[in-house]
Each structure stands twice: as structure tokens, then as C-alpha cells.
Design a protein around this ligand. Structure first.
Ligand SMILES: [Co+2]
Length: 459
């Protein structure tokens, strides 16, 4: 999820016409199990069931021949069938796949310079902001959230096709995340323990960020020529993995996707302890503008989007207050040890400037809003209580309210927005006819290295 960096007052909607009513049979029944690819970690040395008697069942094939003798000596199989691989759609809780309770680390990336020599922030200030690092469960939980993200997106990447319904993909992602976390998020407090980090974003072509299907809307169906950006978050105990990728069915988009993926990786590479934001932005900008794309015999520069940014992540706060634009700037703010960053970039063939599209993406409690407010509507007061119990400051969408059985919430939501309790987020779009792409990773600035938690073999 991107941080919008500046206001835009160009009026008017920009709604995408959905080509036809959703007639789509995708998203159906489980197709049986599949083995995860490299990086997904299902069967890695830390994965699988390494805690008990039948480790040797997790092998390349059934035991035959001389293995038979050994087989007889084994304890009887447990009656409950063991899951050793993720299902499709993904429904096997990660706790069943990683019996040791230890989750695979992300990619370790060294800092390019030893910035430890010239720290500028007082040690005590840094320490106070990084107490989470002392929590022994912090890193493992964060890795688990990243593994959930990887396994769910594996399903998306195999499953999303021309003809797929956007709302089925969104609920497919959310059902997958909740199943893998082993938490359906229904009882008060459950969503706060673990769940979606923010509304699932599925943005097509000129829609750049913050579109999610809303109840009652006409469904959108993916087309062959689309670029589709999937941006979703997985959180455990308030630490959110924010990661996004773009898929396209038509190879004409290959260069656009490569450019943006490269720009994101340049931003991650440039990041480090005491590195200035302007230097990360410059690296992103330089990479992005080194590409051009060709559509229909015409050449376009890949423009970085100017009014949305990468960002740091704080506890239960998707946008932690630091913003990293994709264009050159003079921001001297430094990245610091212990911080979590979501480095994302967006490239577009349009103007590189987003305006609010029609509709609403989601809502989030203002993190500094008072917990008691006097509101003119009883329904708003009730809704406020429910939001605090169910989501806290996690950004949510209307679908997340409806699955909790909340009804007739619109007046209450509007009241909470107008009283400054809730912030509403609009979908963001470039000009009609343009194409855009996004890639995003979450990483932790550890003392000795960056750990790119959400890295996978896919991106
Ligand atoms: Co983000």
C-alpha cells in the first residue's frame, strides 16, 4: 500500500468500465496439492514436520524395495492425514507446514557501506524506537507473515487469467491469508492479532493504487491486455508485511514490468542505516528512467509516479511517517537501524501523476484520534466501537465490515470521516489508456544487514 504524498485537485472521476458482467468459473474447488517452488519454503530444511516419527515420508517418493524392511519397523501412520505442502487454493495453516514453529528468513542483503561510523541520531532515541527488536517473537512472526504472503501470491500467480473476476481474486487472497494464519478474524480482537494488513488492492492498467472491490459494485473481469497490480498486506501482532507485484498476460508489457521491478530493487539496494531518503529516491529515479517501452510502434518513457511514495512501517501503522518518493528530491531524513520499510515503486506510461478515482478504497482510524468522541449519530458511535475492537488502526474496507455481519454502515462511516476519526482512502489513477506497474517489498534494517522479508523466487 503506497503513501499518498501530495494533494491533487483535478476534479472528476475516472472509473474503469467493466467490460461485461462477471461470468466466470474461476476460484473454484481445491485442485489438490502442489509442491511449492524454491523460496516458498514449504519443504525447506526448516519446514515440514521435523519434529516426529515419520520424517522419512517427506521424501522424493514412496519407499520401495529394500525400503520395505525399514517400513515394517515404523510406527503406524497417524490417523490424521498430514499436510506437507500447501493446497490450491491455499488453505493449510502455516503452523501445520512448519511444525518447528520456525519460519524461513528473508533475503539477507549487506549494507553497501559501513554507516555505523557516522550515526547521527542519539543512541537512546534510536533504542527507544526499536524496543520491538528485543521481543524474541518479533522476527519469527514477521517471517511467518512473509511466508503467508508468498504462499498466497503463488496461488494468485497461477490462478489469475484473462476472464478472472477481480472480486473473486480479492476474496481468494483474503481467504487464503486467513486460512494460513489459522485465524478467521471474526471475534473481536482476532483481526488485531493477525490478519489482513490493509484492503487487498487489485489495480488494472491506469488504476495505479488503492482499488479494492466494494460490495454491490459491478465486478471487473481481467482482460488479456491488462497489467494487474496485486498489493496486499499480512500482519501478525501489528507487524505488517506490505508487498506487491504486477502480472500481465501480454508480453508487450514485459519491459514495463522489468523496469519497475528493477527500480524497486535499486531502492532496496540503496537503502541502509543512516542513508538519506533523497539518495534512495535518486537510485529509484535513475533506474526507472533508464527504461523506455514500446506500445504499437510508439516509444514511451517509463515515468515514476510523483505523488505516491514508499514508506516506513510502524507497529499497527502501515504508513509510519517517513516517505520515499520515486523522483529526485532533497529530503535529508535518514533511515535508521531497526526500522521497517516498504520499498515500492510505480512506473507508468501516463502522466506520472495520480488523481483520486471514483469510490473509496478503505478507511483507517487516525492514529492520533481521541478514543472517545462525541458523535451525532448513534450508529456512528456503535461503529466506532466496533472498528476499535476489530481493526484498531489497521486500514479496512467495506467488504471486511460486511463479512463481520455489519449492516447499514455508510452513514456511520461518513460521520466518522467528517469528524476526523477515520481517514478515508480513495482509489488513485493515472490517465485513461495508460499502463502502470508496481513492485514492493518489506524489509527490516537489522544491525548487520537488511532482511528483505517478503523476497521470494518470483520477485
Ligand atoms: Co506499501
Amino acid at each position: 500500500m503506497g503513501a499518498k504524498t501530495s494533494e491533487d485537485d483535478i476534479p472528476g472521476g475516472n472509473g474503469r468500465q467493466s467490460p461485461s458482467p462477471a461470468i466466470c468459473s474461476t476460484g473454484g474447488q481445491p485442485r489438490g496439492t502442489h509442491l511449492s517452488r524454491d523460496g516458498d519454503g514449504c519443504l525447506g530444511d526448516k519446514g515440514g514436520d521435523d519434529d516426529d516419527d515419520d520424517d522419512d515420508e517427506v521424501g522424493p517418493g514412496p519407499l520401495t524395495g529394500e525400503g520395505g524392511k525399514k517400513k515394517r519397523k515404523r510406527k503406524p501412520r497417524s490417523k490424521k492425514k498430514k499436510a506437507v505442502a500447501q493446497s490450491s487454493p491455499p488453505r493449510v495453516p502455516l503452523s501445520d507446514l512448519f511444525k518447528s514453529g520456525e519460519y524461513p528468513p528473508g533475503e539477507f542483503q549487506e549494507y553497501s557501506e559501513d554507516f555505523n561510523l557516522n550515526r547521527t541520531t542519539a543512541a537512546e532515541v534510536r533504542y527507544n524506537g526499536r524496543k520491538h527488536l528485543e521481543d524474541p517473537t518479533f522476527l519469527n512472526d514477521y517471517r511467518k507473515a512473509a511466508e503467508v504472503h508468498r504462499q498466497v501470491r503463488h496461488w494468485v500467480q497461477e490462478h489469475a487469467k484473462p476472464g478472472s473476476s477481480v472480486s473473486e481474486l480479492a476474496t481468494g487472497i483474503e481467504d487464503g491469508v486467513r486460512a494460513l494464519l489459522g485465524n478467521q478474524g471474526i471475534e473481536p480482537g482476532d483481526n488485531i492479532k493477525a490478519g489482513m494488513g490493509f484492503p487487498t488492492g487489485i489495480c488494472i492498467n491506469h488504476q495505479v493504487a488503492h482499488y479494492t472491490p466494494n460490495p454491490g459494485q459491478k465486478d471487473v473481469v481481467l482482460q488479456h491486455h491488462d497489467t494487474v497490480k496485486f498489493d496486499y498486506g499480512v500482519q501478525i501482532n501489528g507487524w505488517i508485511v506490505d508487498s506487491a507485484f504486477t502480472i500481465a498476460f501480454d508480453p508487450m508489457h514485459d519491459t514495463l514490468l522489468t523496469a519497475v521491478k528493477d527500480a524497486t530493487n535499486s531502492g532496496i539496494k540503496a537503502s541502509g542505516i543512516d542513508v538519506r531518503i533523497c539518495d534512495v529516491s535518486a537510485a529509484i529515479h535513475e533506474t526507472m528512467e533508464s527504461y523506455e517501452v514500446e506500445y504499437g510502434g510508439k516509444t514511451f518513457p517509463v515515468k515514476p509516479v510523483r505523488n505516491i511514495s514508499a514508506h516506513n512501517i510502524q507497529h499497527y501503522r502501515i504508513h509510519g511517517g517517513k516517505s520515499i518518493p520515486f523522483v529526485r528530491n532533497s529530503d535529508q531524513t535518514k533511515m535508521e537501524e531497526g526500522e521497517v520499510f516498504a520499498i515500492e515503486t510505480f512506473g507508468t506510461t501516463g502522466r506520472g501523476w495520480l488523481r483520486d478515482d471514483v469510490g473509496i478504497y478503505g478507511y483507517g482510524l487516525q492514529h492520533d484520534a481521541p478514543s472517545q468522541v462525541s458523535l451525532p449519530l448513534v450508529s456512528a458511535t456503535r461503529l466506532h466501537k466496533l472498528i476499535k475492537e476489530q481493526f484498531g488502526t489497521i486500514v479496512f474496507c467495506r467488504r471486511y465490515l460486511e463479512r463481520l455481519g455489519v449492516e447499514r454502515y455508510l452513514a456511520g462511516l461518513n460521520c466518522l470521516v467528517s469528524h476526523g476519526v477515520l481517514e478515508a482512502y480513495a482509489p488513485l489513477a493515472d490517465i485513461q489508456g495508460s499502463y502502470s506497474a508496481q513492485f514492493e517489498h518489506t524489509f527490516l534494517m537489522r544491525e548487520s544487514c537488511k532482511e528483505i522479508l517478503s523476497r521470494g523466487s518470483d520477485y
